[in-house]
Design a protein around this ligand. Structure first.
Ligand SMILES: CC/C=C\CC(=O)SCCNC(=O)CCNC(=O)[C@H](O)C(C)(C)COP(=O)(O)OP(=O)(O)OC[C@H]1O[C@@H](n2cnc3c(N)ncnc32)[C@H](O)[C@@H]1OP(=O)(O)O
Length: 731
């Protein structure tokens, strides 16, 4: 015997492949999940020990099963009680071995998987493998020696980049960085065995990374200060990226064993933190939304999507252009339709230059020839799916859908990108309403990761499956939602922005509200975000809903609609032609139209004072806590209503929508998870308090699902679906 192989089992292996395991392995698969990982570690410890003590074995190769080296620790195993042998001594024992140990990396070597590979003396990777230390994205740091070994191996700046972002690198980049010793296009295990035999008997003194001195960059202090500042700014309150910088600093400034102690200390503060729980929740929520289900019971596991190779986009405004870019970048043939010649030319130029910029960044050719442009809707005759993105006008959309029904081949899925109109009304105007679904993209559509796939009562599961599959192919976090005004995301924005307007009436400024929200972790406060999106969009929606009617400027009626409190502040701002960044003023002022730097606006402040005086409102002092409670709890309350109405199937759907589409801080897990962390009883109590103070604001009236959850002992978020199911079955 020359080299012996030790296999690492991955928990993310597809279930059906588990059947192929031998008897010894099968036993470990019958164990509960948390014990399985412990058994994997025990298996490595035992097999490495046996190989090292066997004089016939000259070297050892560690590989994975089914083409995956190791995706890292099982996140579900994390908890106060972790059984089985710990990772650090296991990796140390491998590194200390007196026979060469080679990692054969296929598929992924992530987190603890890469830390294990870093403990080996050599690493051979397949060219398609991906490597990384993504712990930071789970609210953690690489605490099995990874934060100490990686800087010693590849230097401080490169290690800081990988550890603080958690990004995965290709095998080619890993080779360039010095993480792996060899990359192969052939059978990785064969290559590793050959390599292991070729180095058998050679000295391993220079192969133990923990013994390397950490390369010292010049201006070490300045480097860490700069990185820390950058990380703090982009972390928006997340603790893990900051701890990652501190751990790498320990690697650069302390001997290995002391650095390891620091790594352990830092990990201890993260491991049980609410932020780590939130980030790990979002990891699973992102995957859970793919297991969608419609009220009929049809879902991801029972519905087959139609293949989509060619798609059309109708209407080449900002959204249509972004969708065209996204589809072309996904590799689809795209027919882009715009009836106005001038707009068509403008759009073609904009789409081409976006594709060229993106291709240059990725070092590939721009997929310009995948798109054909036309003014004639007949050009969509042979496409598999159409996305309509014309102006938000029901009459116009209905006309387009009627034309599409006449032109498209049978079975073409018809999608509307409406964000505000009734998708079902639109479907009712087509001869095949079962083919109609909403695909609600977020602007810019080629950048934003969220897609709401909206079904109406007549949408077929196949049409939903097709839109979901396309969203997945486009790399979007795609969430199936029911049809209602604003769907999920925009519906929850209504109470959020309404509270913000009321707070202005009561004495706050846009700066105060935005500061509170940004300190909470939002990428932008509500007012800065509205200026970016354009204030005219919401104004148009409010006008079409009969809310933003020109009224008497003062007097009680100006602030009441349908018997409830209403703030016309945003409408009055729009009446001044202040539509945000694009006009150079909105809630803030900008140097010129299109400029991005928001400045405090004295005009706005005196407008607010005059407004309050006109309406007999007395400004009071408002603190950040009130801003957060009123804006966020009103939004969360609407989230409970959405669950109660069955518009979203579970809290994970809402949370993924908010994290991926609305700048909700990921380390707070989304609004519904946040509510569970705050405590449902507390959210209920604060809503009751504010509703008592503002009985004319229906959004503050606690939703009955929230009351029911509190009455049933505030179960954790993953158990809410049971309560919702019970509620629906009683209706
Ligand atoms: C004590 C601390 C020690 C070490 C620290 C760590 O190692 S932390 C973990 C670090 N590793 C990761 O963060 C990797 C996370 N996983 C991924 O990036 C991807 O899953 C992966 C491995 C690239 C595979 O991607 P793919 O698209 O092929 O599959 P998918 O993501 O849908 O996952 C398939 C199912 O596996 C589950 N899963 C994946 N990773 C983990 C994990 N680390 N722990 C537990 N479960 C995991 C995933 O949820 C999927 O299951 P499903 O039932 O469909 O939700």
């Amino acid at each position: 015997m020359g080299a012996v192989m030790v296999r690492v089992e991955s928990h993310q292996r597809p279930v059906e492949t588990r059947k192929r395991y031998n008897e010894e392995d099968r036993e470990s698969h019958e164990r509960p999940q948390e014990e399985r990982s412990a058994a994997v570690r025990q298996g490595i410890v035992d097999k490495v020990e046996t190989a090292l003590s066997d004089p016939k074995v000259k070297s050892v190769v560690i590989c994975g099963q089914n083409g995956i080296f190791c995706g890292g620790a099982d996140i579900k195993e994390f908890g106060p009680k972790m059984s089985g042998p710990p990772l650090i001594p296991m990796i140390h024992a491998i590194e200390a071995a007196n026979k060469p140990v080679v990692a054969a990396i296929e598929g992924s070597a992530l987190g603890g998987g890469l830390e294990l590979a870093l403990g080996c003396h050599y690493r051979i990777a397949h060219s398609k493998a991906r490597l990384g230390l993504p712990e930071v994205t789970l609210g953690l740091l690489p605490a099995a020696g990874g934060s100490q070994r990686l800087p010693r191996l590849i230097g401080v700046p490169a290690a800081l980049d990988l550890i603080t972002t958690g990004r995965h690198v290709t095998a080619a980049e890993a080779l360039q960085l010095g993480i792996v010793d060899q990359v192969t296009d052939n059978n990785t295990v064969d290559a590793a065995v050959k390599f292991a035999l070729s180095v058998a008997g050679q000295s391993l003194d220079a192969r133990r990374i923990s013994t390397y001195p950490c390369p010292q960059p010049s201006h070490l202090d300045a480097l860490f200060e700069e990185v820390m500042q950058k990380v703090r700014q982009s972390a928006r309150g997340a603790m893990a990226p900051v701890a990652c910088v501190q751990a790498v600093r320990a690697a650069a400034t302390l001997p290995y064993t002391q650095g390891l102690e620091r790594e352990k200390e830092l990990m201890a503060t993260l491991f049980t933190s609410g932020q780590a729980r939130a980030l790990q929740y979002i990891f699973f929520a992102q995957r859970a939304v793919g297991r969608w289900r419609m009220p009929s019971g049809a879902g991801w596991d029972t519905s087959k999507h139609r293949p989509v190779n060619k798609a059309a986009v109708i209407g080449l405004g900002t959204m249509g252009q972004g969708i065209t870019v996204a589809l072309a970048q996904t590799g689809l043939s795209v027919v882009a339709i715009e009836t106005q010649e001038k707009q068509l030319m403008k759009a073609k130029q904009a789409v081409s230059s976006t594709l060229e910029r993106g291709a240059k960044r990725r070092g590939v050719a721009p997929p310009l020839d995948r798109i054909s442009y036309s003014q004639n809707i007949q050009a969509v005759a042979d496409v598999d799916l159409v996305i309509e993105a014309v102006f938000e006008d029901m009459g116009l959309k209905m006309e387009v859908f009627q034309q599409l029904s006449a032109v498209c081949k049978p079975g073409t899925v018809l999608c509307t990108n409406t964000s505000a109109l009734d998708m079902d009304q639109l479907a009712s105007e087509t001869p095949n309403p079962e083919l109609v679904v909403g695909m609600h993209f977020f602007s810019p559509a080629h950048v934003m990761k969220l897609l709401e796939v909206v079904y109406g009562p007549r949408s077929s599961p196949q049409a939903v499956a097709t839109a979901m599959q396309l969203g997945k192919k486009m790399g979007k976090a795609s969430v199936v939602v029911g049809n209602c005004r604003g769907f999920v995301g925009n519906r929850m924005l209504m109470p959020y922005s309404e509270q913000a307007f009321f707070l202005l009436e009561e004495g706050a400024t846009p700066e105060l509200v935005d500061r509170a929200l940004e300190e909470f972790g939002f990428s932008m406060g509500l007012f800065r975000m509205s200026d970016l999106a354009g204030l005219d969009v919401g104004w148009r929606v409010r006008k079409s809903a009969g809310l933003a009617e020109p009224r008497e400027a003062s007097g009680q009626s100006a602030r009441i609609r349908k018997g409830y409190r209403y703030s016309p502040i945003a409408d009055l701002i729009c009446e001044q032609g202040r539509f945000g960044q694009k006009t150079g003023s909105g809630w803030y002022q900008y140097d010129k139209p299109g400029s991005r730097v928001a400045r405090s606006d004295p005009w706005l402040h005196s407008f607010l004072e005059q407004y309050r005086a006109r309406h007999g409102l007395v400004a009071r002092s408002i603190d950040h806590q009130e801003v957060l409670e009123r804006c966020l709890y009103a939004m969360i309350n609407e989230g409970f209503r959405i669950l109660e109405d069955g518009i979203a199937a579970g809290p994970e759907d809402i949370d993924v929508i908010y994290v991926f589409g609305y700048g909700w801080p990921r380390h707070r897990g989304g609004p519904m998870f946040y509510a569970s962390m705050v405590g449902l009883a507390k959210v209920l109590e604060r809503l009751e308090h504010y509703h008592q103070a503002h009985p004319d604001v229906p959004y503050l009236q606690p939703c009955s699902l929230l009351k029911r959850l509190v009455a049933s002992g505030s179960p954790p978020v993953h158990r809410w679906r049971e309560v919702i199911k019970k509620l629906h079955s009683q209706l």
